[in-house]
Design a protein around this ligand. Sequence first.
Ligand code: NAD
Length: 417
Amino acid sequence: MNMEDKGQRITWTEDNRPLVPERPVIAYIEGDGTGPDIWAAARPVFEAAVKQAYTGKRQIVWHECLAGEKARQASQGGNSLPQATLDDIRSYSIALKGPLTTPVGSGIRSLNVSLRQELDLYACVRPVRYLQHVPSPMRWPEQVQLVIFRENTEDVYAGLEWPAGSPEAGQLISTIRRLQAVPSGSLFSESAIGIKPMSEHNSRRLVRRAVHYALDKGYSSLTLVHKGNIMKFTEGAFRDWGYRVAAEEFPEQTVREDEVDKKHQGRTPDGYLLVKDRIADSMFQQMLLRPEEYGIIATTNLNGDYLSDAAAAQVGGLGMAPGYNQGDRCVVFETTHGSAPKYAGLDKVNPGSLILSGVEMLDFLGWKEAARLIVKALVKTIGQGAVTYDLARQIPGSREVKCSEFGALIVENIEKE
Ligand code: NAD
């Protein structure tokens, strides 16, 4: 009997919460480029933390799924995202994934985007928290405690665009001109055209997921970020649908910012989730100037793309930012950086993003003790000044270590707990 035979599948409650056995099978994708390097460093960290926290009563049973170059090689040049991988992730329902290279060539979709679309992982979640000792450009980076929920299926991710001068763009331009008067200078016969679809269904499920998270974790505010001042029927509708989700589905737990004065004499009542909205451009200022006023952010696809990288940079951890893509009964935790091919096989890059995505996964499974052990040991290791090259060049007096050494030092610190 191999290890996997002894594991059990995670099941789900009616309201989409995971029921986790003591030995859950977790699907994993090693990833391309530096994927194998960071996995080799990160996996012992997960194993040490689970062993230390639960003294052998719990164990992750890893199930490898092939994707990217490894899948192409296994099928002698065939599919880089095999059906078996999609089926396994669906069936085990939780996966941890390294970075995948997008093959170069026209018409080839990003494997990451394909995976999200095939599994309907409609929320891209990016927790942004400061870790002590990590260099940051902010004066008080510890005030940044954000979790960004970014819509993952429509807006620019719908991929609806046509090149300048193409027959498709031409047809659309004719149709648009028939539908409404277009201000002069803003639409030429040979313009390129992109379409930005946004639906009530997809906006509402994203905001619903963000509200559930905020309530579960005890956050005091949720901010809908949009560009509704300019795009009223798409971005503005996202804001309106978001407010409606809060009011209609969570009336006892949420209160709108503009109703606080009316209903509660200017004070947010204790225990309520304050729901507010901000225009996307002002949100960038707010995150820099008043980060302590923001907790959960729910936003559209393109806004979320910009905001999540900007927020990660504020805590200095672009190379160490965790993330995951979530559907109703399927979650893929994954590195936020790419496959960094020029460093592949050099045992050099920082495994922090994979390790912290694994921490998010453990937390999601309810294995909070193991998650806390890893964060504590990671912070301690950085504090001891032993870091990978990316951090070494920013932390004066630190010592550069290899990717595998960094992982081994974290394991050592876990074992000392
Ligand atoms: P990248 O993130 O792979 O690398 C850009 C630079 O960031 C690297 O040269 C390196 O300096 C730094 N970097 C990345 N990961 C690091 C780490 N763990 N530690 C330290 N430094 C790190 O971005 P790219 O070069 O634009 O993309 C390479 C490939 O990855 C492309 O094919 C792209 O499509 C793919 N990609 C995949 C994902 C994903 O799987 N989620 C995300 C982004 C890009």
